[in-house]
Design a protein around this ligand. Sequence first.
Ligand SMILES: Nc1ncnc2c1ncn2[C@@H]1O[C@H](COP(=O)(O)OP(=O)(O)OP(=O)(O)O)[C@@H](O)[C@H]1O
Ligand SMILES: [Mg+2]
Length: 253
Amino acid sequence: MSKLPLIEAHGLNMRYPTGRLALQGASLTVHPGELAVILGANGCGKSTMLRIIAGMQKPSGGEVRVAGQDITRLNGRALSEARMNLGMVFQHAHLVKRRSVVANVATGTLGRHRTMFTALGGLPACEFPHAMACLEQVGLTPYARQRASTLSGGQAQRAAIARALAQRPRALLADEPVASLDPEAAEEVMRLLRGLASGHGMAVLCVLHQPELARRYADRLLGLRQGAMVFDAPPGHVPAAAINDLYEGFRPS
Ligand SMILES: Nc1ncnc2c1ncn2[C@@H]1O[C@H](COP(=O)(O)OP(=O)(O)OP(=O)(O)O)[C@@H](O)[C@H]1O
Ligand SMILES: [Mg+2]
């Protein structure tokens, strides 16, 4: 494992305009080749943390370094370029259903091709071989030409991961990527994320609500409670009680 972290978040604070304090000094690091999983109760700040790391929102305090660059200080084009390092995956695949699977994956490359043609919905033909390679990585080659609407939930999520990979990111941020999937499809997605970290050297940061899956697939478990990181350790060093504590006695009002 490389010594330099790809993702570093230091002392993140987030107070929303409503007054809600969503993060209170939360920090984390993820190295290339590592799969880190954030666990925590509803409303403890997991998605807020991912959005800030992704550069989608600015924190009230703290800093985020992606490949050594403090993205909380970037704006405009510099921020867009830094964000190309980070692929995003969400609970729902959000594919364009009437488009083919490979065309959906090719949309992941659009950040690199801003022309009048792409602004009008066109896709860069030169990226289709790369989109096919990304589909192969997630085991969906035979489905490339089908409409996205024909995919099962698990296949759609793997296509969404291929779309994120098409961007050529160095890290993947996944917010509850298996929340809508059946157990077998969830295992497949977790195996895939594990392989992207171990086999391809990506830094993968994933939010899960399934501690048991997290234990089996993660290199490190990060426990977030009321916006603060309460543990950060390999699964074997995190007792069940520490995980249970995340979910007990706290519900946001
Ligand atoms: N845009 C917003 N404006 C105001 N408050 C927000 C906003 N987004 C999130 N919050 C609040 O910040 C806190 C953390 O929300 P966040 O979505 O990060 O939690 P989470 O851990 O991802 O929860 P879940 O497990 O339900 O997805 C919650 O109290 C939420 O209500
Ligand atoms: Mg969330």
